[in-house]
Design a protein around this ligand. Structure first.
Ligand SMILES: CC(C)(COP(=O)(O)OP(=O)(O)OC[C@H]1O[C@@H](n2cnc3c(N)ncnc32)[C@H](O)[C@@H]1OP(=O)(O)O)[C@@H](O)C(=O)NCCC(=O)NCCS
Length: 177
């Protein structure tokens, strides 16, 4: 069982108890604005997403973590690694991704979980490069990418939705945790 403790968070695999709190996160248009085509997800969509993340864990040995607050046990959201199949031009690649419920923004939780995820990518999985794929207006994600030391690399266009995307990356062999 893959689990990571940070000072304030537990990063772990998903359980059925996470589906309802994650569905609340996915139902919030402010959270989903920069994810995919910006649509919110219902309970079925949330269950399918978690199933896909768990399959990726089983197949790749990495995936998207459930992020739990150590103090209260609340589910804050999802942070982790994924293969960006929706953007074939960057493959082979592993992407870092994040999505927290609004009550958990502005407290440094995303950065804390993301830093632990990069350490996991390097130390546990032996990955030497991770990309971040964001839409240009997603200032909160760009702030996290900057704090992680992920450098802007190039711009491209989403192959299905047609909106611009910015690709950032980090060479983990030079990553000082
Ligand atoms: C993107 C997202 C995860 C960023 O979350 P966030 O809370 O803004 O990010 P951080 O964890 O870095 O926290 C930011 C702020 O918390 C504050 N903070 C409070 N306590 C802190 C602490 N102990 N440590 C660090 N920062 C702290 C800081 O002011 C920090 O801002 P700064 O970097 O300007 O100093 C969040 O906005 C989100 O889930 N958005 C919706 C989903 C989304 O868009 N995903 C990306 C799609 S590609």
């Amino acid at each position: 069982m893959t689990e990571i403790h940070t000072p304030r968070l537990l990063l772990r695999r998903w359980s059925d108890d996470d589906l309802a709190p994650l569905a609340d996160v996915n139902a919030d248009p402010h959270v989903m604005r920069w994810i995919g085509d910006g649509s919110v997800l219902d309970a079925d969509g949330t269950a399918e997403t978690v199933e896909r993340w768990e399959e990726e864990w089983d197949e790749e040995g990495f995936g998207v973590f459930a992020v739990e607050l150590l103090g209260s046990g609340e589910l804050a959201g999802a942070v982790g690694l994924s293969v960006p199949e929706s953007l074939p031009e960057v493959l082979p690649a592993v992407e870092i991704t994040w999505r927290l419920g609004r009550p958990f923004w502005g407290q440094g939780y995303a950065s804390e979980a993301a830093q632990a995820t990069l350490e996991f990518a390097l130390q546990d999985r032996g990955l030497d490069r991770v990309v971040g794929i964001v839409r240009p207006g997603d200032a909160a994600s760009k702030n996290v990418l900057r704090k992680l030391g992920m450098e802007p690399e190039r711009a491209t266009t989403h192959p299905v939705h047609g909106f611009p995307l910015h690709i950032h990356s980090i060479d983990l062999t030079e990553y000082a945790a």
